[in-house]
Ligand binder design. Structure first.
Ligand SMILES: Cc1ncc(COP(=O)(O)O)c(C=O)c1O
Length: 347
């Protein structure tokens, strides 16, 4: 059965190289650490979200009434599930599972739209049922790393429907060309963002949502008072400055080269599924469970695929790291595939 609460961090153990969690290596950067340490000194007072909300609104050219600051992107899914009463919620898969888990926990019926591997996990708006009043998808999508065109995603928006686009990985794509974060004109559009991945702040819990003011109000009504800590608010201001955005852009550009190096190093017999555009790639390998265990034995943690709806034990997700690490990983994979051929019946 699919465990909707299984995430990459569960694959980690001391001594393993982490290819399971897609947080940018070497983060948070020193300048951000310094600011966070200082923010702790200012934590005796209750947090003031004003400057951070203004900074996020300015960064995306949105009105402040369209910004909700959250304890990570994950909180936004729970707030939405509690604020809305969807009659027909559709979650596009394979995809990050917390939105579906939050909807189910709130008692809403959920149907899944499974994109097809044969089609490169492309999104076809006509496949989304016309009567869906809540549609959730990720862009770029975890775990496929596929980036849907903005126009294709935007085509799903319509009056009477809430369209939730999880853009937790949007800043891993240089220039964020397919982001809908700035689109205040689309009805019911909710864009969920995170500082976790690019800035290495998974433990701080910091993200935000951009949505029409009435939806922001409905989500806010589900939040406790002071939901985002002073250090998290400091991070929001610091990571939306032009200098920080330039740094994120440079990291995303370097990532493209690093991803190419990883893909190029992979041995025969390993399929890259979908066109990867984010900080991870989805692989398919025959007898994947055994291969994943063998990788673990050799010191490599990858993210299993079979807890994602639509994927199997032959899928696993691998974070893009520096080319040296990727080549060493690919060599370990090649050695496993050559030494321990899968039994015929499993091929
Ligand atoms: C696609 C996606 N969205 C959202 C999240 C959650 O992000 P946050 O740490 O901001 O709650 C994750 C974390 O793995 C993710 O992969």
């Amino acid at each position: 059965m699919t465990d909707l609460h299984h995430h990459g961090d569960a694959e980690l153990a001391p001594g393993l190289v982490d290819l399971a969690v897609n947080v940018r290596a070497g983060t948070p950067p020193p300048w951000l650490r310094t600011l966070l340490h200082r923010a702790l000194d200012d934590s005796a007072a209750y947090p003031d979200a004003g400057p951070a909300r203004a900074a996020v609104a300015a960064a995306h050219d949105r009105d402040q009434s369209e910004v909700l600051l959250t304890a990570g992107a994950a909180e936004a899914f729970t707030l939405l599930a509690r604020a809305l009463r969807p009659r027909s919620a559709v979650v596009v898969h394979p995809s990050f599972t917390e939105p579906e888990a939050a909807l189910r926990a709130a008692g809403h019926p959920v149907s899944r739209l499974l994109l097809s591997a044969g089609d490169g996990y492309r999104l076809h708006p006509a496949d989304v049922p016309a009567d869906a009043d809540l549609v959730v998808l990720g862009n770029p999508t975890n775990p496929t790393s596929v980036l849907h065109p903005a126009a294709t995603v935007a085509a799903l928006a319509r009056p009477g429907r809430v369209l939730v686009v999880d853009e937790a990985f949007a800043d891993t794509v240089p220039g964020e060309p397919q982001s809908l974060a700035g689109r205040a004109d689309l009805p019911g559009l909710v864009v969920v963002r995170s500082l976790t991945k690019t800035w290495g702040l998974a433990g701080l819990r910091v993200g935000y949502t951009l949505a029409p003011a009435d939806l922001v109000e409905a989500m806010t009504a589900q939040q406790p008072h002071w939901p985002v800590s002073t250090p998290a608010l400091v991070a929001l201001v610091a990571c939306t400055t032009p200098a920080a955005r330039a740094e994120a852009h440079a990291a995303a550009a370097a990532l493209e080269d690093h991803r190419r190096a990883l893909v190029d190093a992979l041995p025969p017999g390993v399929d890259v599924v979908g066109e990867p555009r984010s900080s991870f790639v989805l692989l398919r390998v025959p007898d994947g469970s055994r291969v994943r265990e063998a990788l673990r034995d050799r010191g490599w943690a990858v993210r299993r695929g079979n807890t994602f709806p639509g994927l199997s034990a032959d899928h696993f997700r691998v974070a893009v790291r520096d080319p040296g690490t990727s080549r060493a990983f690919a060599a370990a994979l090649a050695e496993i595939l050559s030494r321990d051929p899968a039994p015929e019946e499993l091929r």
